[in-house]
Design a binder for this molecule. Structure first.
Ligand code: SAM
Length: 278
């Protein structure tokens, strides 16, 4: 039996997966792409040695990345997904009939093609007529838009290499300017176990730009640290309030999960004041 050893740039531990079958191995202009099969997790997508998704548990991440804002926003008609080449985030956005247009800004078209080929249940909405694929850097895309979008969702690789452009103060400023008055923004911000400094850093940088900033979490078995965070911001509306009826078509997300996912005030203050005891 061959093993795959994950090369996560920031994790103090290493995950090892048994490989039943390698389905694809190649290199795009941007990154190394690997797809293999594991008995428990099903097909797994790996970019530059880091696991991006598994068929078994991708819904935890994709639902929580997308559904919290899609239920907090009163009328999410125009949505941008930056990164997310597998299509999981786009699939979740299009569960809402109110959505009129999704700009899907993935720098690497190869990831989209690989997902179409090997992950049909994840990429199922990529070719929907409401989806407009833009193969470019999300930071460049967002700069040329103003007062246009209801929701901006960042589903990038870890905060390293070409994904770094999506975590700068300039990017957050452009994202805020690209949003309408009631607009909302969310990005992944790594784990509360292993990457507290990164979480604080993303929060502090977003606080320089967005009047409302919050932090919520979800349990993700296959991302190092497991206790995964999402940093969300808005121009004025709270991200905690649920303003639309729950779509129901989810496995993990629900109104109850929405309400419980946000960090309690005491824990949030301790994190931000750097007084946590771990
Ligand atoms: N959920 C996954 C995770 O956290 O591991 C991320 C999945 S998705 C495949 C990440 C995608 O972000 C990759 O396909 C990568 O090409 C894309 N990406 C990274 N930086 C980007 C950028 N600056 N602009 C647009 N897409 C970017």
């Amino acid at each position: 039996m061959v093993n795959f050893f994950e090369k996560d740039p920031y994790a103090p531990i290493q995950y090892v997966y048994e490989v039943d079958r390698i389905l694809y191995k190649g290199k795009s202009q941007y990154q190394e792409i690997l797809v293999f099969e594991n008995e428990y997790f099903g097909k797994i997508l790996v970019l530059d040695g880091v696991v991006q998704l598994t068929e078994r548990d991708e819904f935890f991440y994709h639902e929580m990345l997308v559904q919290v804002l899609m239920h907090a926003h009163p009328e999410p008609r125009k949505v941008v997904v930056i990164g997310g080449g597998d299509g999981g985030a786009v699939r979740e956005v299009l569960k809402h009939e109110i959505v009129e247009r999704v700009d899907f800004v993935e720098i690497d078209r190869e990831v989209i093609n690989i997902s179409r080929r090997f992950f049909p249940t994840v990429s199922s909405a990529i070719d929907n007529e409401k989806v407009h694929i833009q193969n470019m850097d999300g930071a460049e895309f967002i700069k040329s838009h103003r007062d246009e979008f209801d929701v901006v969702i960042v589903d990038s690789t870890d905060i390293i290499g070409f994904a770094k452009s999506l975590f700068t103060v300039e990017f957050f400023k452009s994202a805020r300017e690209a949003l309408k008055e009631d607009g909302m923004f969310v990005t992944l911000s790594e784990s509360l176990h292993f990457h507290k400094e990164m979480v604080v850093n993303v929060q502090e940088t977003m606080r320089l730009v967005f009047p409302v900033v919050d932090l919520y979490t979800a349990p993700i078995a296959t991302y190092a640290g497991n206790w995964w965070t999402f940093s969300a911001g808005s121009n004025r509306l709270s991200l905690r309030e649920i303003r639309r009826p729950c779509i129901g078509d989810t496995k993990y997300y629900s109104e109850e999960i929405h309400r419980h996912a946000f960090l309690p005030d005491g824990l949030y203050s301790a994190l931000m004041n750097k007084t946590l005891k771990w």
